[in-house]
Ligand binder design. Structure first.
Ligand code: OFO
Length: 165
């Protein structure tokens, strides 16, 4: 049986993952309607992955005797200054997600919930990859420096990137 505090922390994490999915969907729409089809495909996949992260948590909460809360959809930012702005926001967002995951892990240790602690390790590892990828893409964009040809190549090449690279 899940401790109430852990159930609450996991439900907050569920809301955050759902919010991530929604935020990346809005970014995907912006990219698709601003001529960045490659970035749009990447972000649609990313949005779907975040939804899977949310579902994985929901199934775990229910399996452990808790009740997963289906998060309400909140309005999210849907206009951006450019690709660098989008990926800067992604990095900031993922950094917040990491902090939240670390907080859940910390609560698990304090309450000696080693099962949830073990389950959360998948998220800990995932965040290392997600933050690294966001940094890598931001570095590439900094190199492109707003050059149209370089941005074209960035948009073309991002579709060959595995989001777990
Ligand atoms: Fe990108 O965050 Fe999920 O876990």
């Amino acid at each position: 049986m899940l401790h109430d505090q852990i159930e609450q922390a996991l439900n907050q994490q569920i809301a955050l993952e759902g919010g991530s999915s929604h935020a990346y969907l809005a970014m995907a729409v912006w990219a698709e309607t601003n001529g960045f089809d490659g970035v749009a495909s990447f972000l649609y996949v990313h949005a779907e992955e975040e939804r899977q992260h949310m579902l994985k948590l929901m199934r775990f909460v229910n399996e452990r005797g808790g009740v997963a809360c289906v998060p309400a959809l909140e309005s999210t930012q849907d206009s951006f200054e450019g690709l660098e702005h989008v990926f800067q926001l992604i990095l900031e967002h993922e950094t917040r997600v990491t902090a939240s995951i670390n907080d859940v892990v910390d609560q698990c240790l304090k309450l000696k919930d080693y099962t949830t602690h073990n389950f959360m390790q998948w998220y800990v590892a995932e965040q290392i990859e997600e933050e690294a990828l966001a940094r890598k893409l931001l570095d590439k964009l900094a190199l492109a420096g707003g050059d149209k040809g370089a941005l074209y190549l960035f948009d073309r090449d991002i579709t060959n990137l595995d989001s777990h690279e």
